[in-house]
Design a protein around this ligand. Structure first.
Ligand code: ATP
Ligand code: MG
Ligand code: MG
Ligand code: MG
Length: 469
């Protein structure tokens, strides 16, 4: 049974053998893109190659890219611990063509790797194509011999990718694995596709057009390929597991978490261990890439993930910092592939320990307040926004932490009440400053406060939009 580390190597050497340059993952903090919080796919570091702004001495590349999806357009934070397939941190394996090969090579590359090198039975695989992309559908039919019912045409944007409002765009094809009818879920495009029976493993994007401001499109002269496959998802499948968290690497972290909290890895504590294992990876990799916990921007996303993990450790009964003790297990698993983890090990441990030590002081009291508030409410009542705001303001509970805590009890936060309480506090602070005469410092203070509020807003807005299950 191949380990995740072996699968990563098999992928990269397969594409290297097929003329691709092996390129290192870029850091999680994008260097060339201020609009993006974290690298969230393999193509991020190659944007300028796809638009033609930059040229390199290779036209084919392959990577294992560190990705974080915990905010903004792609936010999988609320899925972690609950679905079999989502992480906040994961590795995306990809192959890229910059104006080199197109669909008629990209599809056979993927099919050959999956069915020959990885030996996946063909009858477990099915694909989606964009509804108008007859070309992709016929290549699939020819290359893979898939019947029409296994080439599902999807009319939504799930199968049409755009880099932004303008620029390269095109249809995608997604490859799914059927884990069997003992697991709930329907095929892509069906009403219950959100289940975990059919798991998307690989997404191939065909950059075929350029989109202009007036909405028109033109065929690109240099058509390109961008693909992404989650290492943990292909790993689960190749290890005969359904769940990403049952792969060797994740399992090791779950066991480290169980050991550190003197609890069982499976049973009722399992969901907490899953969250802890996932958040350990995202926080450690973010710190290794230079992010430190703070009250705005990237640092606040990091802080939110850390605090969320700490609450789960607390739920396992731990009264002392835990996360920092798990770092050695992570470094053992991933330090060879990502040497920056080894280099930053002591920084990661110190940062986690400091943050945990501080947060533990208010966590207990905050949770007690939360319980008291809930006890006062009618059954199923939403937590008033004011209470959520007090938890945020006095006890340092990020809104999503409170929402996560309530989710287990089937409750929600009144988010608009929370917004109102936040706005009111800001207005009051402004008024009292104005009364005292505006100084330079106070202007700066308000600028900072506004910035914090802006990132906060982004944070919970996307979470409510993407929904609680
Ligand atoms: P899903 O529909 O399952 O959320 P996606 O369509 O959002 O996946 P893509 O943006 O197409 O995912 O990313 C390419 C690949 O990266 C996916 O096919 C999947 O294998 C993997 N992937 C995406 N998001 C995650 C995640 N949160 N955790 C682990 N792997 C992921
Ligand atoms: Mg997704
Ligand atoms: Mg998808
Ligand atoms: Mg996809």
């Amino acid at each position: 049974m191949p380990s995740l580390n072996e699968i990563r190597s098999t992928f990269l050497s397969y594409f290297e053998r097929n003329g691709h340059q092996v390129v290192d993952s870029s850091p999680l903090v994008p260097r060339n893109d201020p609009t993006l919080m974290f690298a969230n796919s393999g193509m991020v570091q190659f944007k300028n190659l796809f638009t033609g702004v930059e040229k390199r001495d290779y036209t084919r590349a392959t990577t294992a890219q560190k990705c974080v999806r915990a905010g903004g357009k792609h936010n999988d934070l609320d899925n972690v611990g609950y679905t079999a397939r989502h992480h906040t941190f994961f590795e995306m394996l990809g192959n890229f063509s910059f104006g080199d090969y197109f669909k008629s090579d990209a599809i056979p590359f993927a099919w050959e790797l999956l069915t020959k090198d990885f030996g996946i039975p063909k009858d477990k695989l099915l694909v989606t194509v964009y509804h108008t992309d007859d070309e992709a559908a016929s290549i699939w039919k020819k290359v893979a011999g898939l019947s029409d019912d296994k080439i599902i045409r999807i009319p939504t944007n799930d199968n049409f990718w755009m880099m932004g409002p303008t620029g390269p765009c095109g249809p995608c094809t997604e490859i799914f694995y059927d884990h069997g009818d003992h697991i709930w879920g329907g095929p892509p495009g069906s009403p219950d596709e959100d289940g975990d029976r059919f798991i998307e493993i690989w997404n191939l994007v065909f950059m075929q057009y350029e989109q202009f401001e007036d909405g028109t499109r033109r065929e690109l002269a240099a058509q390109s390929i961008d693909t992404g496959m989650g290492l943990e998802r292909i790993g689960a499948l190749l290890q005969g597991k359904h769940d990403n968290y049952d792969t060797d690497l994740m399992r090791d972290l779950i066991e480290a978490s169980a050991h550190a909290t003197s609890t069982e890895p499976d049973g009722p504590g399992n969901v907490h261990h899953r969250v802890i294992a996932d958040h350990l990876r995202s926080t450690s990799f973010l710190i290794a890439d230079g992010v430190s916990p703070s009250n705005d921007g990237r640092g606040y996303v990091l802080r939110r993930i850390m605090r969320r993990a700490m609450r789960h450790a607390h739920l396992l009964g731990s009264q002392d910092p835990v996360m920092y003790r798990l770092v050695p297990a992570l470094v053992t698993q991933m330090g060879a592939a990502y040497p920056e983890l080894r280099r930053a090990q002591s920084l990661i441990e110190e940062t986690l320990k400091l943050e945990e030590t501080r947060f533990i002081q208010t966590l207990d009291r905050g949770l007690r307040l939360l319980d008291e508030e809930l006890a006062r409410l009618p059954e199923d009542g939403d937590l008033p926004g004011e209470a959520a705001f007090k938890l945020y303001d006095t006890y340092g509970f990020p809104l999503d932490l409170t929402q996560d805590a309530l989710r287990e009890k089937g409750r929600k936060v009144d988010v608009s009440g929370f917004d109102a309480a936040m706005a009111e506090q800001r207005a009051k602070a402004r008024a009292s400053w104005a009364g005292s005469g505006e100084t330079k410092e106070s202007t700066i203070w308000f600028e900072i406060a506004e910035r914090i509020a802006a990132t906060e807003f982004l944070g919970y807005d996307t979470e409510t939009a993407e929904g609680q299950v």
